[in-house]
Design a binder for this molecule. Structure first.
Ligand SMILES: *Cc1c(COP(=O)(O)O)cnc(C)c1O
Length: 431
């Protein structure tokens, strides 16, 4: 598969190069040249397939010939070593739990897949690659964990001091080896700005190969399409009107779901569930796309004012507003509504959601009002203990910590403090 830049001013390139570069030389996002739907037999026989078989058949066209079949099978097997269960709340609403991986947020799958792809490319490559990533919380941990010990790849994570939860901080500062955490005196936007500046700084890019590990990178983004197939496998015998409500920030996850739909997955509709950061909700009502500074909420992984993957979504629907609107609805919810939903889910269904999942649940409820035959799956994108204070406060109950969290909580934090871009540059060029 070749990839083109959505800015259309850079040459097309193969999967390897798209992953190593992250962003095209013209600063555009890479997009697959052609999406070939899977044969009808793939969906007819999905009950008999293992998760790895589903994933292999779904992603192969995007990575071949760069990654040979046998290598791809191993990468998938290692990436998907945990469960993706559907939990039914009632006949019309289910939760798809994407938090059973090592850092307990859905980003584990993309990070693990991308790390293994880079590791494979690097066997042939003599120069180390540096993965530079800014995090508001979950990305850092998933990337640190996914890339730990990958030869030839150094990972540098920037996070805002005091702005991530204790658990999130431990997940990204306690691993050591090829992972370095930089604790930035500032907010997430400062971290993001420094990373962007580094990618444009030739004194850095001339001396080292930098790449990104957020959802702009095709190897982080595309494997997320597996989730939608796994949900379909678990639900299609009982429900044929399946819709997904996706708690969205940078819109990478929902965009991967739309790729699954392009591959032929029978999805009736997508719902982008947003917190107060509502650029897309506004766009779908006013047709005006106005990025704005992000506002802080209790579902902080969705505090994004200018979702980077929205341009890919527009490409999928040929930049046609009506086509997009037929496939996508969007709703935005306040923190108060989110907390009320957390409590409602707990009281009515004895289920503990996290603030992001709760926003997704609200998206389902809104959609079901006018589509009462649908079955709506909301993506439970993180384990509730990652947002312990908020969740315990709302449901007034102690939650037990899962082993993945217990393992990091007593480890010692190691981070290098930096306060500006010059500090980052000095660190990257230190040797
Ligand atoms: C990253 C994240 C999101 C948002 O996903 P996007 O792909 O950026 O839209 C939602 N929930 C949680 C818990 C996350 O970590």
């Amino acid at each position: 598969m070749n990839y083109y830049s959505l800015n259309r001013e850079a040459p097309n390139t193969n999967f390897t190069d798209a992953v190593i570069k992250g962003l095209a030389p013209d600063r555009g996002l890479y997009f697959p040249e052609k999406i070939t739907p899977l044969p009808a037999s793939f969906f007819e026989t999905i009950d008999r397939k293992s998760r790895s078989e589903i994933a292999f058949e779904a992603i192969q066209q995007f990575v071949s010939p760069d990654i040979p079949e046998s290598v791809l099978k191993t990468i998938i097997e290692e990436t998907l070593s945990f469960d993706f269960p559907i939990v039914k709340l009632n006949d019309h609403i289910s939760s798809l739990e994407l938090f059973h991986g090592p850092t307990m947020a859905f980003k584990d799958v993309g990070a693990r897949f991308m790390a293994r792809c880079l590791g494979y490319f690097n066997q042939k490559n003599v120069n180390d690659i540096t993965v530079l990533v800014a995090t508001s919380g979950d990305t850092g941990g998933a990337v640190a964990n996914g890339f730990l010990g990958v030869k030839g790849v150094n990972v540098v994570i920037l996070y805002p001091s005091g702005k991530v939860s204790d658990i999130q901080e431990k997940q990204l500062t306690t691993l050591g080896q090829n992972i370095t955490a930089l604790e930035v005196d500032g907010v997430f936007d400062d971290c993001q700005d420094m990373v962007k500046k580094a990618f444009l700084d030739q004194s850095i890019t001339n001396t080292m190969q930098l790449t990104s590990a957020n959802s702009i990178n095709v190897a982080r983004w595309l494997p997320q399409l597996f989730y939608f197939m796994f949900a379909y496998q678990q639900l299609h015998n009982e429900h044929d009107d399946i819709v997904f409500s996706i708690p969205s920030g940078n819109f990478g996850n929902i965009c991967a779901g739309m790729i699954a739909q392009q591959l032929g997955l029978p999805v009736k509709h997508f719902i982008a569930a947003n917190n107060a950061n509502n650029v897309v909700t506004e766009y779908l009502t006013t047709r005006k796309y106005h990025p704005k500074p992000s506002v802080q909420t209790i579902s902080n992984a969705m505090d994004v004012g200018n979702p980077s993957n929205f341009i890919r979504i527009q490409e999928i629907y040929n930049n046609d507003f009506n086509q997009l609107k037929n496939n996508l609805s969007s709703y935005s919810y306040s923190d108060k509504e989110t907390k009320d939903a957390l409590l409602e889910i707990y009281e009515q269904y004895n289920y503990i959601a996290d603030p992001h999942g709760a926003v997704g649940y609200l998206g389902c409820k809104a959609h079901l009002k006018s589509h009462n035959n649908a079955h709506c799956v909301f993506l439970e994108t993180a384990h509730p203990t990652k947002f312990l204070d908020v969740v315990e406060d709302v449901i007034q109950t102690k939650i037990e910590l899962p082993h993945q969290i217990k393992e990091v909580i007593d480890k010692e934090k190691v981070a290098i403090k930096i306060s500006n871009y010059e500090d980052l540059k000095a660190f990257l060029l230190r040797s």
